[in-house]
Design a binder for this molecule. Structure first.
Ligand code: GAL
Ligand code: ZN
Length: 687
């Protein structure tokens, strides 16, 4: 690919057809070459069961094509029409309170309902047959944001319950084995028939306290529901592969969205895409509303790792967002900056959400490139400029993003912590984010992988809170460290086996020898200000290269006994005053750092500096706070994306000067980047 796909989500069905040629002309003027369409248009494409109408869509596509624009067609299954639901109300999903959703939103379907599968096949096959030879169709987006269901995270209907029981039968073979592995003797939960096994409903306890169901049952249920989305997607992938083999197939994922195993979901796709709203922390975000560019960067890095090290942004924020309330608007320059951040981190396509702000429906306040009245304004101008600039990046769009560091993010850990959050302040993605931020702040490239991803290529692997640990994972970790890897482990690691049972060994369980420490006691730390004993933050002394630093600790403290490691940090005060908090063990050609607590940002930065140094990882280019630098490499040449997320200008020193690709000017190694501005420097040593 020599330049990014560039476009917007377009809904011709929301407007009078006289407007369509005007839209197409404005799009062409903005450099748009791709639009995504139809992902919610089921009622217009199949107004009655088996009666299809593609005429309107054909006409809209024809107008777009005449303006040099291709399309990504969405299968419309995220919006089952009223006639379908009226005939088959069992399609509606059931939430964890046992309530069936009503009609009137979207994503109101259960992914395991056979009648919904039939309806899905009918519409997807009809669309695929109609568009299989169409010259303007470039790709398909399956459904929209799978798993993001209307009335809760998962479906609990009787179809799902039966499917869950079958899934368990497949996994365990016999009830005897299931009973033994799940420990159902506890509270007389032994099952004598598969049909007795429940799906976990909401408990009386507050949601933040997790689930009081058997943790083994709960983890299996989360795995099952994730699989049911993967299977539902497969149903559509198969149809599209068979009927439209020349088209690419994608689905729009949601970054850190925790309810679907994206590694599995991505396997069946040709390319991964995702929806990026930097100004709006996702509702499931563990970042507690703290919007930050490092959070967005981490989501990009996660998506990049899923499939072929490239991805598309299927929805890139193009204005203030909101359903009931409107978010602060992107300031001048921010839409362009966020776009360049996406491209810097590997995006090969930028599709803005949405072309024009709708005057009807739930998303009246979700602003697109054009305002409600449809006249181009500031956002349109900024997007025109951005589109033009992206053309200048050429082959760089597919360039490498070499990383020597990986962070391990495990779906089993996400789901086991969902059942048992363990400590008031403990949010798994927040822990991942703290390590990510320390690396991001140094402009060190990071890949995010799971326990099944290959970590062999990396010099450093950071595995925060590796709560659920399969045996073969600990064996692989041992071998990798001995061969020279640097592994960072933390508190709450090796606690559970793959069935979500607590291990009957001192913690960190099977990682004990590897870490050279064992946990002899622990405490959760309550958030500051609760007045309780063990109300964090506590402090500890980190000694890095002979210099002592006092840093903060919160969330949790392990009291460590050191068996075979060097002490880097010691608690000062608190219940484990004087005990080791951070250790380093050398093993074979590698080393393991164990962190018994959650460090504040300062502590984290110091520690990661040390980790990178001992692992021999090349230092990132230093930059002021919130100035992000990403190194891409193409044919042996370094390209530096410099992204200033601050409103004020900063001076940066790059390893060399070169040509700034967006403006074509020559820059020296010391360069000023304005507030919310970005540079892309093609390095030419000697300038
Ligand atoms: C996304 C979704 C879009 C639109 C947008 C704004 O999550 O895929 O269809 O709803 O959010 O709410
Ligand atoms: Zn269901």
């Amino acid at each position: 690919m020599t330049h990014p796909l560039f476009g917007a989500a377009y809904y011709p069905e929301h407007w009078n057809s006289e407007r369509w040629p005007i839209d197409a002309r404005l799009m062409q003027q903005a450099g748009i070459n791709m639009v995504r369409m139809a992902e919610f248009a089921w009622s217009r494409l199949e107004p009655e069961e088996g009666l299809f109408d593609f005429a309107w869509l054909d006409k809209a596509i024809e107008i777009l094509m005449a303006h040099g624009i291709q399309v990504i067609l969405g299968t419309p299954t995220a919006a089952p029409p009223a006639w379908l639901i009226a005939g088959h109300p069992e399609i509606l999903p059931v939430n964890e309170d046992g309530q069936r959703a009503g009609f009137g939103m979207r994503r109101h379907y259960c992914p395991t309902q056979p009648v919904f599968h039939t309806a899905t096949r009918r519409i997807v096959e009809a669309m695929a047959r109609h568009y299989q030879q169409h010259p303007a169709v470039f790709a398909w987006q399956i459904d929209n944001e799978l798993g993001n269901i209307a009335n809760g995270a998962r479906c609990h209907c009787s179809s799902c319950r039966t499917a869950f029981q079958a899934w368990l039968k497949q996994r365990y073979g016999s009830l005897e084995r299931l009973n033994s592995v799940w420990g159902t003797v506890f509270w007389s939960q032994e099952y004598s028939a598969w049909e007795q096994i429940p799906v976990p409903m909401r408990n009386v306890r507050p949601a933040s306290a997790g689930s009081a169901y058997n943790p083994s049952l709960y983890l299996d249920f989360t795995r099952f529901t994730s699989d049911s989305w993967v299977q539902y997607q497969q149903l559509q992938v198969q149809i599209l592969h068979d009927l439209c083999p020349q088209h690419r197939i994608t689905h729009n994922l949601m970054g850190l969205f925790p309810y679907v195993d994206y590694v599995k979901l991505a396997q069946d796709l040709d390319v991964v895409s995702w929806d990026n709203y930097p100004r709006l922390p996702a509702p499931w975000s563990a970042f507690k509303g703290n919007w930050s560019p490092s959070h967005v960067a981490m989501s990009h890095d996660l998506m990049r790792g899923l499939k072929g090290r490239t991805f598309w942004v299927m929805e890139q924020q193009a204005g203030p967002s909101g359903w009931g309330r409107i978010s602060p608007t992107p300031l001048p320059g921010e839409i362009r900056l966020w776009t360049l951040q996406s491209v810097a981190r590997g995006a090969e396509a930028i599709i803005y959400f949405r072309w024009r702000t709708c005057t009807v429906g739930t998303e009246q306040y979700w602003h697109g490139i054009l305002p409600h009245e449809g006249t181009p304004g500031r956002r349109y101008e900024e997007i025109c400029q951005t589109g033009e600039e992206l053309q200048r990046l050429g082959a760089l769009v597919g360039a490498d993003l070499p990383a020597e560091v990986a962070i391990l993010r495990s779906y089993d850990a996400i789901w086991a912590f969902e059942a048992q959050p363990t400590a008031e302040g403990l949010a798994y993605d927040d822990q991942i984010g703290r390590y990510y931020r320390a690396l991001w702040g140094r402009n060190v490239a990071v890949d995010l992988i799971t326990e099944d991803g290959p970590w062999e290529p990396y010099k450093v692997l950071v595995a925060p809170c590796l709560f659920v640990l399969r045996k073969e994972v600990s064996t692989r970790l041992h071998a990798w460290v001995e061969a020279g890897g640097t592994l960072v482990l933390t508190f709450r690691s090796g606690v559970k086996d793959e069935y979500n049972r607590v291990v009957d060994q001192p913690l960190p369980g099977a990682l004990r020898d590897l870490a050279g420490v064992q946990v002899i006691d622990y405490t959760a730390l309550l958030p500051a200000g609760t007045g309780a004993p063990c109300g964090g933050p506590e402090s500890l002394e980190l000694v890095i290269d002979g210099t002592s630093h006092n840093v903060g600790a919160d969330v949790w403290m392990d009291d460590l006994q050191v068996n075979d490691a060097e002490v880097l940090g010691t608690y000062r005060g608190g219940p484990f005053d004087g005990a080791p908090a951070v250790t380093l063990k050398r093993l074979g050609a590698g080393r393991v750092i164990y962190v018994g607590t959650s460090l504040d940002d300062g502590g984290q930065a110091l520690l990661m500096g040390k980790v990178l140094e001992v692992a021999g990882v090349s230092a990132g280019v230093p930059s002021p706070d919130n100035v992000e630098i990403v190194r891409r490499v193409h044919e042996g040449i370094d390209y530096w994306f410099v992204l200033n997320h601050n409103p004020v200008a900063h001076e940066i020193r790059l390893p060399s000067g070169g040509i700034e690709l967006l403006t074509g000017r020559t820059v020296t190694e010391t360069v000023i980047v304005n507030g919310f501005d970005a540079l892309v420097v093609c390095s030419q040593p000697g300038i």
